[in-house]
Design a protein around this ligand. Sequence first.
Ligand SMILES: [Zn+2]
Length: 308
Amino acid sequence: MTTALITHQACLRHEPPPGHPERPGRLQSILTALEADEFRPLLRREAPEASLDALARVHDRDYAEEVLAAIPSRGVVHFDADTAVSPGSRDAILRAAGAVVEGVDMVMKGEAKNVFCAVRPPGHHALPDRAMGFCLFNNVAVGAAHAREVHGLRRVAVIDFDVHHGNGTEAMFFGDPTLFYGSTHQWPFYPGTGRPGDRRPEHIVDVPLPAGSGGAEFRRAFSETMLPAVTTFRPDMIFISAGFDAHQDDPLGQMRLVEADYAWATEKLCAIAERQCAGRVVSTLEGGYDLDALARSVSAHVQALMAA
Ligand SMILES: [Zn+2]
């Protein structure tokens, strides 16, 4: 069965100030890489806009309305030191969340077995009532909530291998044992959450890794902790917060992953999905700031989805 690629040109038009690492070129480099012949079998779909109702399942409705109302007609408006919106941001942020919603629909209708959403801005730092860390709306959480509310899935899991801890997603999932959040991330590091030794419920699995960790440490964290926890959780759908800033070439993180590590992790998650939930995997882009490493890593990730 098919792997779908969901994206939209509007996601290129969210423009933080010049010099910002979360820039349109990230998505452009990914889309160029995915034009290669080997990706011809992908089922390509344009991301629709998420509805306010879909956003309000995980965000305060007032916050969502406030973000949309703040979009300027020129210049940028800052929500914090590193999170800003530009005139093109309305379409971008609505379609970034809408892509994950559409991905869930495609998988549940049997149009695709699994999905990669090539969208920006990322979402995993966005809290119910606050933008932070380049993130306005929590795309993956919006998709997970849609899977439950609209398709009646009971248990959903988000696995996040971005170099940063997805504090927004964790906060949204923390109080509900039918929502699993698992993260490998560099620690100590931004945003400071996901600390070793924190008390957390069984459905929240944080594996902090020291700066300098490479494929061996990452794979051990997956094999010994993450994969057994996801297996025990028995999800009805697996979401991946696919950030690629733990790559050794990334300018923000100090971890040392390579493309093969991302392919490996993707294969392992797809294998669990195959056994437990008909292969249903919806992956969405989070970070990744070296354009070449990002394009190669996404290529490896999507190849693994296609091979699943
Ligand atoms: Zn990140």
